[in-house]
Design a protein around this ligand. Sequence first.
Ligand code: GLN
Length: 243
Amino acid sequence: MSDNSLRLVWVYPDLLSTYGDQGNALVVERRARQRGLDVTRIDVRSDQPVPTSGDIYLIGGGEDRPQRLAAERLHRDGGLSRAVGNGAIVFSVCAGYQILGHEFVNDQGQRQAGLGLLDVVSTRGEGERCVGDVLADIDPRLGLPQLTGFENHQGVTHLGPSASAFAKVRMGRGNGTGDGTEGAFNGTVFGTYMHGPVLARNPLIGDLLLKLALDVNALPPADDRWYEALRAERIAAATQQPA
Ligand code: GLN
């Protein structure tokens, strides 16, 4: 980051924004402005090069065919991988998360190479699609409150040795491997299966991205009353027993 200016890059909104992923960009943008940062948001369509000079990159969820196209184009472009090589922060959701791994199974049933930015491999789950509300405890090293979100995926993601689980599910499937893990991270690269959009439901994850970008341990507090009310409502709804 230079001075007070933050470059926020939203990768491929034309392909990977099926689940209200713009909300994640809006949350990071707003929380950065609340802390006095001068934010430039760069929405990069899939026919444009991914800039390598961003501070934070967001990549969202999508259906199987757009996911294949996005992975092909990101490979060809190379910008996101170069940005990570420069120390950029990446937060990815569902299809975006699978693309950041070594490989996933595409809409044609073929194993397709991901970007290898996270040590994970996604296969096609044999069982029912993972759909529903999730509550999970985020890795305590990240210092974040409980994660809430909504999952909707067929892929199952296996973590390799250099990836840490982002969270452990209390409710829901997460990575779908049956080991209770949800998402993955390594350094400044994060992946999760949580929609919601996840940063609107868990704004302190947005703050974590800002702290990493600013290289600080704390940020001035933000007014979180609306977020807290939404979180309380979602947690109550998720834990309610069916009648
Ligand atoms: N197509 C992927 C899957 O089903 C990702 C879906 C998504 O982004 N929600 O696993």
